[in-house]
Ligand binder design. Structure first.
Ligand code: 4AD
Ligand code: MG
Length: 441
């Protein structure tokens, strides 16, 4: 009988039928006259049994992991007491090798051995992503992006795609990547926020999933030079509305991700201790955090007790978040250490209606704020920051032509994933991470 060509994930619908499946040899084991292959095709894993003559050909005797093969045979439920992915195995009656992978020193298992130094593993990221852990993280990433979009759709926000090549800064000049744009200076975008703000009068509440670029001098496990930035902007809201929205977005997205049994299984594998955060999230003002850090003898970057006005450095922030061990809304940072566009807190003008969301193990995963709604206040803010207002004419116009109270945020997708999947570094949540000095593969 002719075999139906299927993907591994469709197996359950084809029990006791003859199928044809192509994929990569993930694992290989021979015993007497049987050869067991764990086949991988990106949709799942499947145990394949070769027996008799199928195991004695030249190709069978020289088969290596990562070789590509086509296999035909019957999909049989595995006998009780035996386990196999999906609960069935493919009993082959025909197979061929499509592309042989090297053995010996160049064998896959040798070139991506976990003992290899991190730098050479980074050079071999294109091979590392074939592994069970790396591919599980990338699958979860895909599901997370899908869930964010579903949640936005549910809330009623519209997706836009702002440009990556820009002539304005958002988060300070020191982390800008610049390049020559037909003889004019231009930058790779740090954040799509300013563009999202201009969309409010056109499309209402909007979001985007766009790459952002930061020439970070800091070489840490949570800084990338290019990262995926999920940003949202909402009109006619209060600061409290912004916090509520963030909580709903994060929890709504997580529920969607966990609802899917396949993704749940991947998460159980990557982060067995994951617990859905309880609502409401803990809210803490910057001033309280400074007090908390001093009460716990956690010094600032100069090794001194924290003072109001200090930046809370990554290490201190992480210590506090790990100790409290819950998501935190850290609110109302000093104007001096935050971005020029942030709305001042009413009655406490040296502070801003700003928020960072902190997660255990990672620290900051979201930065957001209310925005200055007043045109003249914004013009002053450019001056204070030493920014030439001219290239920002379109951003200023947003206040001129019918301003409104509005606010938004950016969420680092790799940081969110590092938290969710319990990865040591955000690099593991990026397909091909870029960081200081690395732009390959
Ligand atoms: O806190 P940030 O710099 O805020 C903004 O860019 C705002 N304009 C966003 C907005 O309001 N629309 O960045 C937002 C988030 C951070 O919380 C962090 O999760 C992530 O982006 N992020 C990085 N992730 C990886 N590598 C880096 N170098 C990152 N810099 C920021
Ligand atoms: Mg920030």
């Amino acid at each position: 009988t002719s075999a139906k060509k299927i993907k591994i994930s469709q197996g359950a619908n084809f029990r006791d039928q003859r199928v044809k499946i192509s994929g990569w040899v993930h694992r290989l084991r021979s015993q007497k006259d049987l050869t067991f292959i764990v086949l991988r095709d990106g949709t799942g894993y499947l145990q394949v049994v070769l027996s008799g003559k199928l195991t004695t050909t030249y190709d069978a005797l020289t088969l290596t992991t990562e070789s590509t093969v086509e296999i035909q045979g019957q999909l049989k439920a595995v006998p009780e007491g035996k386990t196999a992915p999906g609960g069935h195995e493919l009993v082959a009656d025909y197979w061929k090798c499509l592309g042989k992978a090297p053995g010996g020193d160049e064998a896959y298992t040798n070139v991506v051995a976990e003992t290899a130094d991190p730098n050479s593993l980074a050079d071999r990221r294109h091979l590392v992503i074939r592994g069970e852990t790396a591919s599980a993280v990338l699958k979860v990433r895909s599901e997370v992006l899908k869930a964010f979009r579903a949640e936005y759709d549910h809330i009623g926000m519209t997706e836009v795609t702002p440009p990556c090549m820009v002539q304005t800064q958002v988060e300070g000049g020191s982390t800008l990547f610049s390049f020559d744009y037909y003889g004019q200076p231009a930058y790779l975008t740090q954040s799509s926020q300013l563009y999202l703000e201009t969309c409010l009068p056109s499309l209402g509440d909007v979001f985007c999933v766009q790459e952002s670029f930061r020439a970070e001098k800091s070489h840490t496990r949570r800084h990338l030079s290019e990262y995926t930035h999920l940003e949202g902007e909402l009109a006619f809201i209060s600061f409290d509305d912004l916090l509520e929205h963030l909580e709903q977005l994060i929890c709504g997205t997580l529920s969607r991700v966990l609802e899917d049994p396949k993704t749940k299984a991947l998460l159980d594998q990557l982060n067995p201790n994951f617990k859905m955060p309880s609502r409401p999230f803990r809210r803490m003002d910057y001033k309280e955090a400074i007090q908390w850090l001093n009460d716990h003898d956690i010094p600032n970057e100069d090794g001194q007790p924290h003072k109001i006005g200090d930046d809370i450095a990554e290490a201190a922030e992480r210590k506090m978040t790990d100790e409290l061990n819950v998501p935190i809304f850290l609110c109302r940072f000093p104007r001096e250490i935050k971005s020029f566009y942030m709305k001042r807190t009413e009655g406490d003008e040296e502070f801003t209606d700003s928020v960072d969301v902190l997660m255990p193990g990672v620290g900051e995963i979201v930065g957001g704020s209310m925005r200055m709604a007043d045109q003249h206040e914004l013009l002053e803010a450019y001056k204070n920051e030493g920014i030439d207002a001219a290239p920002y004419f379109w951003y200023t116009d947003q206040r001129k032509y019918g301003t409104c109270e509005h606010g938004g945020y950016g969420l680092g997708v790799e940081r969110f994933l590092a938290w969710l999947t319990n990865r040591w570094t955000v690099r593991e949540a990026s397909l091909y991470p870029r960081w200081t000095g690395r732009c390959t593969p």
